[in-house]
Design a protein around this ligand. Structure first.
Ligand code: DUC
Ligand code: ZN
Ligand code: ZN
Length: 521
């Protein structure tokens, strides 16, 4: 880390001036603004002299939370925020944020890292590269999925996933579960025990052969969520309708990537969304519909809310910035890059999603980062072949671009308030999955996970990203903001120019019960 050391007993003001003169807009590391201070006197026991003996002070911040935007210095002791206020006492280290916006570190509550796949498919990002990429894009908490295999136990999936994370994560992480085989043992023993141990959310699939549940199984699992206070996330697409459409497309020789979008029209999402809402109503339990793509599912969720049902909803960058045309306008295989489910829709639907973010229809904004290399036999070209769309691994990368995209095109384009940005990207995901207030806000006692924002021109090219994927679907866009600094537990992990690795220092987080409140829309 490049830190400027103060020489001799120069005043704090002088050191701040020195720091400012070293500030390097975009060209270099924001952390060049650091001023290292000599250690303060300690009392005989070695403990700090007072609570104002900060390890780090982030000075002159424009602090944004889901409730307010205000000016303050942020005093950090160890891994936590100790104090907010004007003119805080000097810290051992100082960073002058000079009026820049500082938000809570992002909570990416829907991302896939090193999730076991059927060969030859393999995810490009593990907990090392995935959390590296997250940190460089301002995300300091990730919640990927420990996925049960049909015929396997949930416990085994969790144990395996811990092994995959161990010693690798650079930022903190929790696990969602994926329940694909709700046997009596899973429903009566494993799931309740895991919820008690801090795995308080799980995803249910209404599609994908290796994951999908029938309606009776969904009701069984939702009943466990109700009884034990867990959050159920639902992937809502009608499996049979997709299979029927896929076969007809294949029979007609329509197998290029672009036909993926035709096999999964909004109707199949609408039907499954309505069914999920009805099943949750039957059990009387909240659910969260993930990766909502467009108007038809949105209408179902609005209907549910207008009837007072506790239905939460998530959307993702691909539904704001991509359309079905990104899967191809001809039979080229290039569009395999953007094959994900549900597929991106059209410009009109992008606006529907923006409207839902602004008016509170959406609760959380996640990446659904599902990283597969394009030009690779374990990625979008299984076994090295250009395959029919049915066999293309579903998913796109986005863990690093999630926050900068929404900050640029939402906040700086005047669509979203800063408070709403924080609510959608940090506070609400932390509440939905039982991590708030430790995560998702800026307040004394919370983890010192912070993002200092830079504004300017940031051309998006894959070479500047830190994932292990060989493309970004957003290449060619120029963003107007990027994190100038990311702190995870009070440590710099990204300084606007360089990544500061800390493998294994990302901590596993046990989640509490969800604390989101239902809201009408
Ligand atoms: N769809 C999912 O449901 N998960 C991962 C990626 C995708 O496209
Ligand atoms: Zn899904
Ligand atoms: Zn997903």
């Amino acid at each position: 880390m490049r830190a400027h050391r103060a020489n001799g007993p120069s005043s704090f003001r002088a050191r701040r001036h020195e720091a400012l003169t070293h500030r390097m807009h975009q060209e270099g590391a924001f952390v060049d603004m650091f001023v290292a201070r000599p250690a303060r006197r300690r009392c005989a026991t070695g403990s700090p002299m007072s609570t104002t003996d900060f390890d780090l002070v982030l000075r002159n911040a424009r602090v944004a939370t889901a409730a307010d935007v205000f000016d303050a210095d942020i005093g950090i002791v160890g891994t936590r925020i100790a104090m907010l206020g004007q003119g805080l006492a000097p810290g051992r280290r100082e960073i002058d944020a000079a009026g820049r916006v500082v938000t809570p570190g992002g909570v990416d509550a829907h991302c896939h890292l090193d999730q076991p796949m059927d060969p030859p498919a393999r995810m490009a990002d593990d907990f090392d590269t995935g959390t590296r990429s997250a940190a460089c894009g301002g995300t300091t908490t990730v919640i990927p999925f420990a996925a049960q295999r049909k015929g396997g136990s949930l416990r085994a999936a969790v144990a395996d996933y811990h092994r995959r994370a161990e010693g690798r994560a650079h930022v903190d992480y929790a696990f969602h579960l994926i329940v694909s085989d709700p046997t009596p043992a899973v429903l009566q023993e494993e799931l309740p025990a895991l919820i008690r141990e801090g795995y308080t959310s799980f995803k249910l699939y209404l599609t994908y052969d290796d994951l999908k549940l029938d309606d009776g199984q969904v009701l069984d699992v939702l009943s466990v969520a109700r009884e034990h206070g867990a959050m159920a996330m639902v992937h809502a697409e009608n499996a049979d309708a997709i299979e029927w459409l896929t076969r007809r497309l294949e029979a007609a020789g329509r197998t290029a990537p672009r036909w993926h979008a035709h096999a999964r029209p909004m109707l199949v999402e609408r039907e499954a969304t309505h069914r999920a809402i009805a099943l949750s109503q039957l059990v009387d339990v909240p659910i969260l519909i993930v990766h909502v793509s467009g108007r038809e599912a949105v209408e179902q969720i609005r209907w549910a809310r207008s009837h007072g049902l506790p239905i939460f909803a998530e959307t993702c960058p691909q539904y704001l910035f991509l359309t079905a045309e990104d899967l191809g306008i001809d039979d080229s295989y290039q569009g395999a890059r953007c094959v994900c489910s549900p597929p991106p829709r059209d410009k009109g639907n992008q606006q529907v999603i923006w409207d839902g973010l602004v008016d509170g229809l959406f609760t959380v904004f996640s990446s659904d980062h599902a990283p597969f290399r394009f030009d690779a036999p374990e990625g979008k070209k299984p076994g090295g072949q250009e395959v029919p769309f049915r066999h293309i691994p579903n998913g796109i990368p986005g863990i690093e671009t999630r926050l900068p995209l929404l900050y640029s095109e939402g906040v700086l384009a005047g669509r979203l308030s800063l408070e709403k940005f924080v609510e959608l990207t940090a506070t609400n995901p932390a509440k939905a999955y039982g991590l708030h207030p430790r995560k998702g806000t800026i307040a004394p006692g919370t983890d010192a996970d912070l993002v200092v924002w830079a504004e300017g021109d940031f051309p998006l090219v894959n070479e500047r990203l830190h994932h292990a994927v060989d493309y970004t679907p957003y290449a060619g866009m120029t963003l107007r903001a990027w994190p100038a600094l990311t702190l995870s537990g009070g440590q710099v992990v990204w300084d606007g120019s360089d990544f500061h690795p800390r493998p294994g220092q990302g901590r596993f987080l046990r989640c509490g019960p969800p604390t989101l409140r239902p809201r009408k829309a």
